[in-house]
Design a protein around this ligand. Structure first.
Ligand code: BTN
Length: 259
């Protein structure tokens, strides 16, 4: 990763001020959380490899070199807590649009996985610290399988692929990262104004809309029809003839649908 080249490609000066690159780190998101008090707003922490990369639901995120692993720390002008559920969807659209710039077509699996041919190429982990005064910080962690060999370990939750494996060519990590940051910089302010176009992009590329699926959590499986993505980012479903709204922590779409 050439951080000087990266800075030339990022538009907003504030995102260029604190870019840190590590050859190896436990986790870029853990680093942001541990150091949030001393790091600037809009710091970008990037790693060539992570030794303890973290995924959703306490899963590991295997992070061999060749992939793009980075976290963005947001501390200022944070959105209200009640709109936090939308951030993972906005980040998905930012990555989706960035990939489209490089002629990569992917699909979104609610709430924030990006897939090509049903194989996961990108995972997003949004973490926050909340206090009585509201949100203290947001850490947006993005893992994109770019030029890496994808781990296909039965113990991992899902089947993975990298862009290089699908497209048989290497991609510039700097170009992808800059494009994601530039998109996020355009999309995040829309949380306060009008998210319609962002949600439209999300929905028109979202897998399983209007389909019958199984939703799973630790101890339950339910058969539902996915009706829509609600304006607060929740999943609108039909279950036992009743309409329900599901938050991302509650259930996820059974991975059997991706086989
Ligand atoms: C998922 O489970 O789908 C989310 C994976 C998020 C991985 C990224 S890689 C950069 C950042 N650092 C981490 O430890 N996790 C996130």
């Amino acid at each position: 990763m050439n951080t000087n080249e990266l800075k030339l490609k990022i538009h907003n000066e504030n995102y260029k001020k604190s870019i840190l690159f590590f050859d190896e780190i436990t986790s870029t998101s853990t680093y942001c959380k541990d150091n949030y008090k001393i790091l600037n707003d809009k710091s970008i922490i990037i790693a060539k490899k992570q030794t303890l990369g973290r995924g959703k639901n306490n899963r590991k995120w295997l992070s061999p070199s060749g992939g793009l692993y980075f976290s963005i720390l947001l501390k200022d002008s944070l959105p209200p807590i009640n709109s936090c559920q939308l951030i993972p969807l906005i980040v998905s659209v930012a990555v989706f649009e960035a990939l489209k710039n490089f002629n990569v077509n992917c699909k979104i699996k609610w709430p924030n996985d990006l897939l090509i041919n049903n194989k996961k190429i990108c995972g997003i982990l949004v973490e926050s610290k909340v206090s009585s005064s509201g949100l203290n910080y947001l850490v947006i962690g993005i893992g994109l399988n770019v030029n890496s060999l994808s781990p296909n370990d039965e113990n991992l939750n899902g089947i993975f692929a990298s862009l290089k494996e699908v497209y048989k060519t290497t991609f510039s990590l700097e170009d992808l990262l800059a494009s994601i940051v530039n998109n996020l910089d355009n999309l995040l302010p829309k949380l306060d104004s009008n998210l319609d176009s962002v949600l439209d992009t999300y929905k028109s590329n979202c897998l399983f809309l209007n389909e019958e699926v199984t939703l799973v959590n630790n101890n339950e499986k339910i058969q539902v029809k996915i009706l829509d993505i609600a304006t607060d980012g929740s999943l609108k479903i039909l279950h036992n003839n009743k309409i329900r709204f599901i938050n991302s922590g509650e259930f996820s779409i059974d991975k059997k649908h991706l086989k």
